[in-house]
Design a protein around this ligand. Sequence first.
Ligand SMILES: [Zn+2]
Length: 356
Amino acid sequence: MYQDYEVVDVHGHMMSPPQFRAYAYGIVSNRNFGENRLRLKDDSIKEIVDHHVSLLDERNIDVQFISPRPVAMMHWERPPQVEMWTKTTNDVIAQQCASRPDRLFGVAQLPQSILLDTQNCVEELRRCIDELGFVGALMNTDPNGDGQTPGVDQPYWYPLYEAAESLKCVLILHPSLSRNPKLDRIPHSFQYNFLVEETLATLTYEYSDVFDRFPDLRIVVCHCGGSPNRLLRISDKPGGAKDSGLASGGSLNMPVEREVETVPDRSDNLFFDTCAYDIDYLRTVFRQRGAEQMIFGTEAPGAGTAFINPATDRPADDLVPLIDALGILTDDEKRAVFNGNVQRVFPIWRAIAAKR
Ligand SMILES: [Zn+2]
């Protein structure tokens, strides 16, 4: 709890027992699994969920939305394998949520493929929302990992947007792997692919007509929405975040008639999670995006679990104390980040939680 408010983390990934990973290996190697979906025993689910929840307890997280591990979604495989793996993954997420209905809520994997329009994702999204009680789905902007997927403003994505709008669920934009050979020898290379894909998506959403076409669509871009802005911009939202500093041409005597770029107001549709572990990075993102657009997300357990943050002397993904230490945020803004903004953006979660 934070000041008597539940801390809700929208960026969690499932932990998976060995049988689950073995099943994935079987799909890749055998390439023919028919209708044999994996069924895990409740005992094996309970063991792994208990461990997961203990890690949440250590980080003062009351509720977490859990999705697939993005690097394991295998969207680059052939559609039949992707479909089988996706259904299995979602079934296991549902099992985990049912094991701790007070703590865990599901976010779906989608059977995305560069070979298919996103229309093929609609049936599984509907199953996950209507039958499994999930709150949203992960959206991978580059399922083939080759940079060839149409941009997020293109008609390729419209069937998915339309379905998410009609189901009143949220799309959580979280990329996966890249097969760019330039990343081959970089440790944790997928993290840099996240940064690139999320930055491109955020900019595209800001400047395109996606939210004019789909006014009720809500997207949460993970990892703070990609890179903070290097260039100076002003939001056209009343009272919106303003970058400072472009007052004159300065000592270089550049022309001063160029105006600071104005960003269209997307504050009803576009949100960002707080999943960054460097306090200076987070401070910049909060200043640029605005606290009302930021939603608590940690990715715990994950990339930050094994590292101690010297700023807090806690694991890097223990973000409550880090955000609490951000002097630029008021108490009201902190409460909104940990709880209020999630309630606003995920009304579907409140409805599902009330039924449990
Ligand atoms: Zn993640």
